[in-house]
Ligand binder design. Sequence first.
Ligand SMILES: Cc1cc2nc3c(=O)[nH]c(=O)nc-3n(C[C@H](O)[C@H](O)[C@H](O)COP(=O)(O)OP(=O)(O)OC[C@H]3O[C@@H](n4cnc5c(N)ncnc54)[C@H](O)[C@@H]3O)c2cc1C
Length: 833
Amino acid sequence: MKTHVKALVVGGGAVGTGIAYHLAKAGWDTMLLERDELTSGSTWHAAGLLPLFNMSYATTHIHKYSVDFYKTLEAETGLNAGFAVVGNLRMAQTDARMDEYMLYSSVAETADVYHEFLTPAQIKERWPLVRTEDLKGALFHPQDGYINPADVTQAMAKGARQRGVTIERKWQVDGYKWTGSEWIVSVTKMVEKGGNLVPGEETAEIRAEHVVTATGNHAQRTARLLGIKIPAIPVEHQYIVTEPDPALQAWRAAGNAEHPVLRDADAKWYVREERGGWILGPYERNAPARFLYDVPESFRADLFPLDLERIEEEYMSMIHRIPSSETVGLKDDFNGPICYTPDGNPLVGPAPGLRNMWLAEGFSFGITAAGGTGYYLAQMMTEGEAEIDMASLDPKRYGSWMTTEYAARKNEECYEHVFILHHPDEEREACRPLRTSPAYDRQKSRGAQFGQVNGWDRPNYYGPLDAAPDFDHNSRSFRRGGWWQYAVDEAKAIRETAGLIDATAFTKHLVRGPGATAFLDWFTCNALPKVGRINLTYALTPTGTTRTEYTIVRNGENDYYLVSAGAWTAYDADYLRKSAEDFMANGGGYLDIHDVTTQWGVFAIAGPKSRDILKEIVKDANPDTVLSNKRFPWLSARKIELGMCPVNAIRVAYTGELGWELHHPIEMQNYLFDLLIAAGEKHGMKLVGARAQNWLRQEKSYRAFGTELGRDATPMEAGLDRFIDLSKDFQGKQAMIDTGVRFKCVTVLIDGPADADPWGKEAIIVNGEKVGRLTSGGYSVAFGKQIGMGYVRPDLAEVGTKLQVRMFRELYDAVVTEDSPFDPTNARIRVDG
Ligand SMILES: Cc1cc2nc3c(=O)[nH]c(=O)nc-3n(C[C@H](O)[C@H](O)[C@H](O)COP(=O)(O)OP(=O)(O)OC[C@H]3O[C@@H](n4cnc5c(N)ncnc54)[C@H](O)[C@@H]3O)c2cc1C
C-alpha cells in the first residue's frame, strides 16, 4: 500500500469515489480507502434516482453536473452505469405546489436546467395509467432519470484508477494526526470474523497532504476521530418493490416507453418502474434517526425491517394515483439508513478548525450529488475556490452549539419535509427555541414571530396580539405570506418614526494585540478606521472573492471589534483564526482573537425619531448634544450610558435611516429593552423583525452575505469599489484585479405582480435572453413596488437599463436604479440633532 499521497479519500461510496475521480482528473496523486467493499455503505441500497429538482442554487449546479457527467462515463470507462434517462415528472395537486414549481423554475433557469410544464391533459395523454383529474399540472425534466448506484460508483472507480488513483479495500481509518504540513492517518486492515467485519492485526500509517472524509453513516465516528462536530446522522428510509403490474406490462408490451420517475409531491412519494412492477419510495412521518453515535460492527450491507404501517398513507395514495397498482402484491422491500443534516444540504468543504481536512458528509441524495460534489470539491482543493459559492454547503454553517440530540431531531424533521412545500418563508419547528437572546420572552409577549438562524430564534415580524382565532401566523406562501402586511407596517415605522430590531445574533470578535493592526490591514480590503471610528470592509478569499463582510470598530490602536453576519459565526471565526495563525507564523506580530458573540446583545434602533428616543434615556453631562453629529458622527463608535446600562454604540443603520446599534452586556438586555420600549412608546417606535429589515436594506443597496456576497464574486463585481483601498496590499487583491469584472451587482425596481415579490432566485432577462439573476428580492415600501438585487452582464448595469424579471413564468419590467435608490446622498442617515 502507498504510504505517501497528496490526497487521501476515506470512504468508497458514490461520494468518495466521485471525489477521488475528480481529484485525479485535476492531476492530484490520490488514494481511496474503504473499510469494506466499494458501495457497501448506503450506496448499495439506493434507488438510484437522479432528480434535477432542487431549490438551492449550489445544489442545482451539483446535480446538473452529475447528470451530465454520468452520461459520459461509459465512453470513458467502458462500463455501463445503467443510466435510464426516463425523465422525471413531478405532479402537483394544489395551486401552491404549482407555485413551488414555478419558483423552482426560476432556480432552474438561472442554472440552465431544462424543464417543461405539463397540464393534466398532457399527462393523461402520455401516461394513461396515471390518474390526473385531481391534478393541477406537473413539472417535467426529460433529461434525468435513474441509474444503478453500484454501477455508477464502479464506473467512477474505474475512471479514477485509469487516472492513477489507488483504491484500497478492507482498510479502516482509525486516527488522524496533523503534523503541521501533512496528516498522518492510522489505518487497520479489516478482517471477516463470524460474519462481522472487525479490525485485524495489520496496521499502517499513511501520510497525506490533504484528507477528504466521505464516510456516510459513519460520520459520527469520523467526527470523534477528528475532534469536531458533524451533524450528519442517518434516518430510516424505506422503499418497496411490487410484483409486476399487468396493466403496466401491457402498456410496455404495446411498445410504449418506460414511465418517467413519478413524484406525487403532495402525497410525499416517488414511484418508478422496476421489472414490470413499481418501486414506491415514500417520505413519511416519524422515520427515526439511527446510529446517533456509531454504526454497530454487525451492521454491514444490512437493512432494517420494513415498517409498512408507517408508510400506509403513502401506499394508499400510490394506489389512488396509479389505480392499476391496487391488486399488485409486494415483492421486496428496503429500509436503509439515509444520511441527513438539519437543513438537508450535505456538508462539503473545509472541516472546522483543521487544516487540509475536507468533509463530504451528510448526503441524502448522494447518488445524484456524487459527481458534482467531486467536481466542485476538487476545484476548492486544487484551485482554492469552486466556480460556484459553496457556502450553503459549508460544514461550518453549524457552530459549537450543535449537539447530537439537535442533529438527530432536526434530521428527522428534515426527512419528513422532503416533499412538504418548500416555501422560502418556511420556518421549521423542531428544536426550538434553543438559542435565544434574553429579551425573547418579552418579544414573544409583544407578538414576535420568530425565525431560526444559526440556532438562534430571532423575530421575523411582530404579529397581532388580538388576532382573530383563525389568524394563522404560519400562513406561508410562494407569493405573500400572512406576515406580509405586518412587515410593511414595520418597514414604514422605520422610515417614518422609529423601529427597534434585535440583532443579538450578530457574530462578534475581538481582535487585539501588537499584531492586530498589521493583520487586519492585510486581511481586509478597506483602509482600517481611525480610533473611535468604524468601517465596512471585506475579507477576501485567496482567489479574490468575498469571504466575509465586517463592520470593524477600532477601539484602540491595536484593539478592534469585528461584527459580521449572525448566520455565519463558525464560518467567519474559522477563517479569521486560520488567517491570523498564518500571519503570526509568517512573522507578523502577536494577536489575540476572542469570539464574544454570546457576551454582547445588540439592539438596532433606527428611524427619524431614534435620536429623540435615545435622548430620553442617555446619561451624560449634556444629553442634548451627546448624540449630535459633532459628538457622535455617522460611522463612529462611542461608549454611552443608557440609564444604568453601559452601551458600546455604533452609528450605523442597516436600514438606511438615522440610527445606532446598541451593543450591550447580554445580562443587561432585559433592563435595556424595557428602557427603550418605555422611551420609544412616546415616539411611536415599533418593534421590527428581520423581514422588514431585509426589504429596507435593499432600498439602500446594502449587499448581504450569502446572497449578493459570496465566494463566486469579487467585491469589485459586487460594486463595492468604495470599500476597497487599492493603495494597500491585502489578501486576494491581485486575484481580484486579475479576475476583472465578469458581471456586476445591481439594484432593480420591478413592476411585478399584484400579489407577489421576488425571493432572490429569479432570472433576469433582456430580449428573451437570460442575462443574470436576482440574489435578493422583496417589497419596497418607499417605492411601492417590488425591489431586488442581483448580478447582470456588466454592459447592462448602467442606471436606467431596462430589464425583465421572470416570476411565476411571466416577464415583468424592471429597471436598474442607482446604488441606494432610497436617499442616495445618505441625508437621512447623517441628519443632525
Ligand atoms: C433506501 C434508500 C434509497 C435511496 N435512494 C436514493 C436515490 O434514489 N438517489 C440518491 O441520490 N440517493 C438515494 N439514497 C441516498 C444515498 O444512498 C446516499 O446519499 C449515498 O449512498 C451516500 O453515499 P456516500 O458515499 O456518502 O456514503 P456511503 O455509500 O455510505 O459510503 C461511505 C463509505 O465509507 C466507508 N467508511 C466509513 N468509515 C470509514 C473509515 N473510517 N475508513 C474507511 N472507510 C470508511 C463505509 O464503509 C462506506 O462504504 C437512498 C438511500 C436509502 C437508504
